[in-house]
Ligand binder design. Structure first.
Ligand code: CP
Length: 319
């Protein structure tokens, strides 16, 4: 695995939370919190990354992650390039690495990469010039580290602690990079009651999610939970034959108000989005008083500002 840290211990790449220490994660969360403002207030801006250039290379669709990385970079004064992959020379057969080398020659300092193929962000990180950083914006089913950070920040804002919390991660855990990064973050930050809940076909392989209790019934997973994180059915990572029927799935696994009442009265509801309303979550829960879903989106920009500041902030513009 590509080392994410420089020789001096500072963060150079962010590919996974799995190998970060608790201190490193807490530092990123503390930094992110300094960028959070209430909705309606102007977001903070600075010229901390003036002269730097960030390239978004997304070969899978995205709304939140791509836009919030772009806003994060611009609010820190960096220039941003969004490569439209379908209009780029990738469709003429150019490899990812040749695309990256080309952009490196155009003075890109950081690549933000989302790819359906496991290993792509790591491959790029292993091949870029020493001054260049790579940030994963979602790697296949493997990892979505900034999502894990924004989920942890959201929980901390609402609960002011991690110790003693019961966190239930529910739905298509098997195909979910969000679940894996949330698990890495929460486990590292001291959550000891971590539950994953899924129908058997969507449960990850035995040996994955060490330390989590496994539930194949939703009610048991929700009981007295402080945090309920619902996951999207990852249709794009399943064959037609494996796809659960929407109504049947909602009947067994959809989060309704009645089911949420099994959790603690002050439990919060999370979902990384995009949501399939009426399949994994009822609309009145998604938009209800216990929902922290919009906070998650807001925190996404703050977390990505913190990560960009961390990996690029120690370096002045090249002359
Ligand atoms: N949560 C998330 O990754 O959303 P997008 O796919 O819209 O970026």
């Amino acid at each position: 695995m590509t080392d994410q840290l420089r020789a001096d211990g500072s963060l150079r790449h962010l590919l996974t939370l799995e190998t970060l220490s608790r201190t490193q994660i807490e530092r990123l969360l503390e930094r992110a919190q300094t960028f959070v403002r209430p909705l309606g207030a102007r977001p903070p801006t600075s010229q901390a990354l003036a002269g730097a250039t960030v390239a978004n290379l997304f070969t899978e669709p995205s709304t939140r992650t791509r836009v919030s990385f772009e806003l994060a970079a611009k609010r820190l004064g960096a220039a941003v390039v969004n490569l439209e992959v379908q209009l780029s020379s990738r469709v003429k057969g150019e490899s990812m690495l040749d695309t990256v080398y080309t952009l490196e020659s155009l003075y890109v300092d950081a690549f933000v990469i989302r790819d359906a193929e496991a290993g792509v962000p790591g491959l790029v990180a292993a091949n870029v010039a020493p001054h260049v950083s790579v940030l994963s914006a979602g790697e296949a089913h493997v990892s979505h580290p900034t999502q894990g950070l924004l989920d942890a920040l959201t929980v901390y804002q609402r609960k002011q602690r991690f110790a003693g919390l019961a966190v239930a991660i529910v739905g298509d855990v098997r195909h979910s990079r969000v679940a894996r990064s949330a698990w890495h973050a929460f486990a590292r930050l001291g959550v000891t009651d971590l539950r994953i809940a899924a129908p058997a076909a969507l449960m990850p392989a035995a040996g994955e999610f060490a330390g989590c209790t496994r539930h194949t019934r939703l009610a048991a997973a929700l009981k007295e939970a402080d945090v309920v994180m619902m996951l999207r059915i990852q249709k794009e990572r399943m064959s037609e034959a494996d796809l659960p029927g929407g109504e049947r799935y909602f009947a067994a696994w959809g989060l309704t108000r009645e089911r949420l009442a099994l959790a603690r009265p002050d439990a919060i509801v999370m979902h990384p989005q995009p949501m399939n309303r009426g399949i994994e979550i009822a609309s009145d829960v998604a938009d209800g008083p216990q929902s922290a879903i919009r906070d998650q989106v807001r925190n996404g920009v703050a977390v990505r500002m913190a990560v960009l500041a961390e990996v690029l902030g120690g370096r002045g513009a090249r002359s």
